[in-house]
Design a protein around this ligand. Structure first.
Ligand code: TPP
Length: 379
């Protein structure tokens, strides 16, 4: 296994001292170390992976130096355009080191949404003509690997990638973790929301632990899962899925259960919801100020005002709550409000260690959901 500290120092020896990206569970120990030892200005946890590539480009323009961009392989999709139309040798030729967490590595157990990405990622990089090197817990010659890849990046002035398998980095715990002081966790908020909505409402939940907690709630209450669309991948896009449903099912209320990291990743969706959604779309953001599902790295969630952002984007009403009593009151107001409307619930980061995962496949979830949607029409 590689010590995050060694890895960081090797990068530093090669002139890499600026870091940006979107967190991934496979990279969390490295990212935690970077957070602890790097100034805030030189480590920017970004909104999405494409933005991180562009930030690395701007840093290079200003300094002539190479930045490191970290991401889960699911973020490769978000970064393809700036990699090919900005950083590529045939355009502006910007050097950068991509550090990519390899979810869905063939032969390893992983969630359905990671399998195909894990299988096709190398072919995608090859098609993009981005050279890559794989590292894992058996890698011994990390110094030579980093020296060589940095030399290649400098000589070609273009992006190169390091592909990181699960378990590559030794465990590293963040020194100064934030505690927000809010009274509830995301799972408590989800329970309150689902307890207080009318039964049979359509729920579209976001990527990560939110969808797992929605699934567990139904299971524990012996309720069916047919009214819930669990967006297991496609981070940031559950609100547009919900918009699509709400536009064509105007007689149903559609509730989005979103995360702060996910909303920030695709914040443009708020403008489209605010200007295009009907009365039946209600957006709930559970804001824990963190990418909790992949290690709890901070987002801009607590530094911005989602209610004001929603209203400025055309939402008809917006509420914010953090105590149990306020949440219940605001859910009732949200239900009565004219949509599109938004409720931001502020919570502490954290989750149960024994949190389960959906036992139905995404394909089964889709079939059951579509069947329930079409049957409700006949009522
Ligand atoms: C494009 C993309 N980048 C990164 C990830 C990895 N990832 C999964 S969940 C998650 C954090 C989501 O944060 P937030 O929406 O705030 O929800 P929380 O986990 O805090 O409840 C991340 C970064 C991903 N699935 N897809």
């Amino acid at each position: 296994m590689i010590k995050a500290e060694n890895f960081y120092n090797l990068l530093k020896e090669n002139g890499i001292t600026f870091f940006t990206g979107v967190p991934d569970s496979l990279l969390k120990d490295f990212c935690a170390y970077v957070t602890d030892v790097t100034s805030k200005e030189d480590h920017i946890i970004n909104s999405n992976e494409g933005a991180a590539v562009a930030l690395a480009a701007g840093y290079n323009l200003a300094t002539g130096k190479t930045a490191l961009v970290y991401m889960q392989n699911s973020g490769l999709g978000n970064s393809i355009n700036p990699l090919l139309s900005l950083a590529d040798k045939e355009v502006y030729s910007i050097p950068m080191l991509l550090l990519i967490g390899w979810r869905g590595e063939p032969g390893k157990k992983d969630e359905p949404q990671h399998k195909k990405q894990g299988r096709v990622m190398m072919k995608m990089l090859e098609a993009m003509e981005i050279p890559y090197v794989k590292i894992n817990k058996e890698t011994k010659n990390i110094k030579e690997i980093i020296n060589k890849i940095c030399k290649d990046i400098n000589s070609t002035n273009s992006p190169n990638a390091l592909i990181v398998s699960e378990g590559t980095f030794e465990e590293y715990k963040l020194k100064d973790d934030i505690n927000t002081g809010y009274s509830m966790l995301r799972e408590d908020a989800i329970e309150l929301i689902l307890d207080n909505l009318n039964s049979g409402e359509i729920i579209v939940s976001t990527t990560g632990k939110t969808s797992r907690e929605v699934y567990e709630y139904r299971k524990n209450k012996n309720q069916g899962h047919q009214n819930d669309f669990l967006t297991v991948g496609s981070m940031g896009h559950c609100s547009q899925i919900a918009l699509g449903i709400s536009l064509k099912k105007k007689d149903r209320h559609v509730y989005i259960l979103d995360g702060d990291g996910a909303v920030i990743m695709q914040m443009g969706s708020l403008s489209i919801i605010g200007t295009e959604a009907g009365n039946n779309l209600k957006h709930i953001i559970i804001n824990n100020g963190a990418h909790d599902s992949v290690g709890g790295q901070p987002t801009a969630g607590f530094a911005i005002n989602f209610s004001e952002i929603a209203k400025a984007n055309g939402y008809k009403a917006a509420f914010t709550a953090d105590t149990e009593a306020e949440i219940i009151k605001c859910i009732n107001e949200l239900k009565l409000s004219e949509g599109p409307s938004l409720l931001e619930i502020r919570v502490n980061k954290g989750a149960r260690v024994n949190l389960g995962r959906p036992e139905v496949s995404p394909a089964e979830n889709k079939i059951n959901f579509m069947k329930a949607l079409s049957e409700s029409e006949k009522i």
